[in-house]
Write a protein that binds this ligand. Sequence first.
Ligand code: HEM
Length: 505
Amino acid sequence: MMFLPILLIGIIIFLISYVIYHRYSYFFRRSIPSPAITSIIFGHLSELWSVQSYSEQLRQWTLQYGSIYGTFEGTRPLYVVSDMKFIEEVYVKQFARFYARRTAFSSRILGNTRSNVFTANLPQLWKRQRMILNPTFSGAKMRRLLPTVDICINTFLERLSMITDGTIINIYEIYKRLTMDVICQCAFSIDTKVQNDMNNNNIYMKKIEELFAKDFERTNLGKIHRIISNTRLARICSLLYQLKQFFHCQTSSLPANFWLIENMQKFIQQRVIELDHKKRVDDFIQLMIDAVHSEKGQLSSSELFSNAFVLLIAGFETTSTALGYCTYRLAIHQDIQAKLYEEILEHWSSETNSYDVIMTKLTYLDYFVKEVLRMYPIAIQAINRQCMEDTDVVGYQIEKGSLIQVDVFSVHFNQELWGPEAVEEFHPERHSQKRNPLAFLTFGAGPRTCLGMRFALMEIKLCLVRLINEYQLLPASDEKYKMNIREHIVIQPEKVFVRLEKRSA
Ligand code: HEM
């Protein structure tokens, strides 16, 4: 009597075990190395979410498993790569098959109608938005924006002038206000006065900081969505989220990303109120407004608000983080700082603060910034791609739906690509040599690379030039002031302590 149920249970257990074994032997069957699985539900994500740095863990695994290895997000295969040929195929040559990033939970909830250039995963949707935004970041446009950035830096320097010489300060906080001011002025022509807001009252800035501190992907629903995001079940997570919001419907309970998107309309309206209606303004948002009002209706208003949101968040946190890292390195390498100061004295004066001087004449500054960004890449997790069609990549059969994540640390610290000087050493001159163009991945790779790179570099360089011109930056030597780095969505320092000493005229 008992035999039949026991047999049935046995068969069911056997079948489930077989399915799990078959799924997780995916890479083994393809002779691709893969770290051991720690969770049959989350795959390697449970480990990646428990370590302090996702990107550092990828690098550790690369040391163990080589330049192409497999991991699982749930049961979905994710290739972690630092092999240059593989990277070139996926990010450049076969871009037509790898144009999309992984769909984030927030993008699933917002849907295609509220997509932006970062989240758009349909080729025509992404292309259209990127084409509208591209001219915003042209060299000519940057030239015209430089004076606006310069004015924001004046306010930044005025703030620093109020600090007594030699006082230890967390300059990262001050940079955040500067980059918020810059992006609001350049993108929206809005003067937020955030640099003089000592009481931290700017709600937009608070919300962006909240967004970067609490990864929405790591909420319970976000985690479930991540492991089923390539299946039809993913929609259920988005429905459950909407249901949850329906029962707690105050806007204040919205996660920071949704709060920001909802409020972008108000934010942009502020621009319309502050500006003379008839005057055409040359800021980033104008091109998008033109696209909304164009006869062809190239952009919908929800896309406009969503893109405004992405420019605001991308323009603020990443650039202040880069400035923070630059300052830290300047303070600990006095010889390099002296060399930069000499170059600035030779080529730069407040009358000639032109775009060309900043971007082409200050060669050593260029090497310095690149070296900082080589050692401290900021947004590694953004550089992922989704395979949209079965294909062969350097002999590997990649199935539709698989993910590719480039292991930036392993590329940036590859001795063959960056030698002969030791890659752990801070050595700006290494950038004077021609390198593999894909060896520097801080801004991503291929057609979907960072849209704001030119703008970010202009802002970082101009700010450093003006800072070094006025101050000598000194380290805050005590152990309690050391720079601690954390990774949530981006890799950033908690604080950057430094001492400033005014240079004699
Ligand atoms: C140091 C500063 C910055 C860093 C390190 C950085 C890094 C990145 C990275 C790694 C990506 C993904 C690229 C890829 O997948 O290949 C990206 C995309 C993007 N970034 Fe930046 N970024 C910075 C500044 C900015 C600024 C200032 C803006 C705009 C104001 C911006 C706007 C964007 C946009 C819109 C995308 C999406 C592009 C697309 O999917 O077509 N970024 N960025």
